[in-house]
Design a protein around this ligand. Structure first.
Ligand code: IVH
Length: 690
């Protein structure tokens, strides 16, 4: 479309484009006002950019449609009328954008063509900070002026505010060994709020009941920098990253390359980004840029892309500007992470623990290659706290691969038709009442036998990392429940070929594989089985630990809170959860069934020699140990190189005493032999192994 001469476009199409341009201008003006004047945007930055880019494209293809008041005709302004103004020594322009690597290649081709050179070029890649451009003037090394970007030509004077930012040096060089700056040095950088600082700040505001105004780090940083009272700015955790020199009265005194400039700024005492890199090879650089997208989340500041700059500054300057963008640099924009769309309904999922999780059903929105239709709302307390309503326009965050979550409603976009979301009083699947547990925000289905819970719990049981039974997804599990073939996980192991044959989707090989997988799953190690039980909060680490202390599932189910609590790394609440789980009658029946189904429910840890830790030591066992028989304890000692004797002498290394220990314990005390209980014995082994 860009290359098409205007006269070839037919009249009807031109009219349509003209109408669209008028419409876009109106929308952009409105959203710009919401953003800059009211500090209350209705759409995300990415959506704003999309409107702007569409208008820009129409006007580029049809320059006759450009109007003097079109938003494309000026550099965006964020001037604040309450603050004094300063004129920048050099206009702060904006950057041309690239959304694909090909567009970066095209940018380079244009440069090479303009320069008419075959000489190799080098480039510097920097993060594109999503903060506020700030211009700082140093006179004889002293900070004399701090200004915002404003409209690019004139900015707000925020000198007192910038002085409160710890990473803004009040005098340069900060270190006496640093270079002496020229008489006048004007630098540019970006003021941001680190993600970690923003989180802590939000937390603080939440405690004070005033969190809703601070939607994101960028707006919060912007609000902080434009305060009339510098004490408020000082109380906000701001950071400044320096990335360029704008002006100096002694050009000889400053570096002639961007790379050296960054080093120079650092030597003067400014904070510069550690994530900068210089390239001479275009393809290497593009690989780096592509890979950086995954890295962006690990940075402690928000970025919306990367900036590619020609390293050689005289060349950069010589290339000049096109429109309001310098030719020598380009911004590569990442796909947007925050988008907004309409919330059309709320559905409720029930998890295996019975927890009710609200999900937002959304008007589909296409973002960077994927259509989003659903987002999580976490829990009903969260819904209430954020005051999300059906019909709201909501902001969504999409980080990495995870399901997007709803940040909150765009309150200003409300029409009054929105409907409040009420937490359900009954489970949508089994209609039993919902309950809350003390100290928890989640809402639960009160029915332990809720079919949806059962299905979810079986789905978990057969899943990867648990019993790992291939060939059974959520659909398959539901089918088996519906046909009445299974009521719980243990029933899976009693499935027969004859039962499966009449089912839809079960061909001969599928049946064979499933039965084979079920048979194999019976031999999974005990720790995997423990994880698969779905005891709240018991994952692989705790399960492995338990297996070290308990010889079988049967021993574990008989344990007490005290005994578990005595195990290092198991706290009282985990101990309570485990005991409580086994105490529930239906779980007890379930464990009985698993044992009866022939699953491996004992630990093999005592089978083979494990260490030579007890070499040369003699142990005497007496009394009843809490969770092992004396034979099992003896096997454990012998497996680690020790000997077990029936009588106590001076040569006895340890007496291991349980309940109702008698004369052997007295003898040990008499002869000053060290005494251990079961936990003490296991702790000896534990320390050895860790
Ligand atoms: S160089 C022509 N480097 O992006 C201006 N700008 O679209 C040259 N920005 O508001 C700017 N990080 O504040 C440059 N590493 C970086 C940047 C960066 C963020 C901002 C800049 C300006 C906008 C330009």
């Amino acid at each position: 479309m860009t290359d098409q001469p205007a006269q070839l476009t037919d009249q009807a199409e031109l009219e349509a484009l003209s109408k669209r341009a008028i419409d876009l201008r109106e929308q952009i003006r409105f959203h710009n006002y919401r953003y800059s004047v009211l500090s209350s945007p209705l759409i995300t930055d990415a959506e704003y950019d999309a409107l702007f880019d569409e208008l820009d494209a129409i006007e580029k293809a049809h320059p006759e449609l450009v109007t003097p008041d079109s938003p494309t005709q000026r550099v965006g302004s964020d001037l604040d009328e309450r603050l004094p103004k300063v004129t920048h020594p050099e206009p702060t322009l904006s950057l041309g954008k690239a959304y694909t690597l090909d567009e970066i290649r095209a940018w380079k081709d244009r440069i090479v063509k303009t320069l008419d050179t075959t000489a190799s070029l080098s480039y510097v890649v920097e993060p594109k900070f999503d903060g506020l451009t700030t211009v700082l003037t140093y006179t004889d090394g002293v900070l004399t002026l701090g200004a915002t970007r404003g409209d690019g030509y004139v900015g707000d004077d925020v000198t007192a505010n910038t002085r409160t930012i710890r990473t803004v040096p009040l005098r340069i060089p900060v270190n006496p060994d640093g270079p002496t700056p020229p008489h006048k040095l004007v630098i540019r950088g970006e003021v941001v709020m680190h993600k970690s600082d923003f989180k802590a700040f939000q937390e603080k505001m939440r405690e004070g009941g005033d969190e809703t105004r601070y939607v994101n780090a960028r707006n919060t940083a912007s609000g902080a920098l434009k305060q009339l009272d510098a004490r408020i700015t000082a109380s906000r955790p701001l950071t400044m990253y320096a990335f360029g020199i704008v002006d100096t009265d002694d050009p000889q005194a400053v570096p002639r390359s961007q790379w050296e400039t960054l080093n120079y700024l650092q030597a003067l005492g400014f904070l510069t980004s550690k994530d900068v890199k210089r390239f001479t090879d275009m393809e290497d650089m593009l690989t780096y840029i592509k890979d950086f997208e995954n890295k962006r989340h690990s940075l402690d500041f928000e970025i919306d892309g990367l900036v590619v700059k020609l390293d050689d500054l005289p060349t950069y300057d010589a290339l000049g500007v096109v429109g309001k963008n310098p030719r020598g640099a380009i911004a590569y924009k990442f796909p947007p992470e925050i988008v907004s769309t309409k919330l059309i309904a709320v559905s409720v999922n029930v998890g295996r623990t019975g927890v009710l999780v609200p999900a937002a059903e959304l008007e589909p929105i296409f973002v960077s290659g994927a259509t989003i239709r659903q987002a999580t709302l976490n829990n009903f307390d969260d819904v209430k706290r954020k005051d999300v309503r059906v019909g709201d326009r909501v902001m969504l965050k999409r980080a990495g691969e995870v399901i997007p979550f709803v940040i909150g409603p765009v309150v200003a976009a409300r029409t009054g038709e929105e409907i409040e979301i009420v937490p359900p009083t009954e489970c949508p699947f089994c209609h039993h009442p919902t309950i809350r547990r003390e100290g928890e925000v989640a809402l639960y289905c009160s029915n332990d036998e809720c079919p949806e819970r059962v299905a979810r719990s079986i789905e978990y049981f057969v899943g990867r990392g648990q019993m790992d039974i291939d060939g059974l997804g959520m659909k398959g599990v539901r089918q088996l429940i519906e046909k009445g073939l299974i009521k719980d996980e243990a029933d899976l192991f009693a499935l027969t070929k004859e039962q499966l044959e009449p089912l839809e989707g079960y061909a001969e090989t599928k049946i064979q594989n499933l039965l084979k997988n079920l048979e194999a799953a019976k031999q999974r190690p005990l720790d995997r089985l423990i994880v698969s039980l779905g005891i709240p909060g018991i994952g692989t680490t705790v399960a492995k630990l338990l297996v070290k202390y308990f010889v079988s599932l049967d021993a574990l189910r008989k344990t007490t809170v005290e005994e578990l609590d005595a195990i290092p790394s198991i706290g009282p609440s985990t101990a309570e959860t485990i005991v409580e789980w086994f105490t529930k009658p239906h779980n007890g029946r379930f464990v009985d069934k698993l044992i009866a189904a022939g699953l491996r429910t004992d630990s093999d840890q005592f089978a083979a020699p494990k260490s030579t830790l007890f070499d040369g030591m003699t142990f005497v066992l007496t009394g009843t140990l809490p969770s092992m028989t004396r034979d099992e304890a003896a096997a454990l000692i012998e497996a680690n190189g020790g000997k077990v004797s029936g009588s106590v002498s001076k040569k006895t290394s340890y007496v291991v005493a349980g309940d109702s220990a008698g004369s052997k314990l007295d003898k040990a005390r008499e002869l000053n032999v060290k005494i251990l209980d079961q936990a003490g014995l296991l702790a000896l082994l534990e320390n050895q192994q860790s």
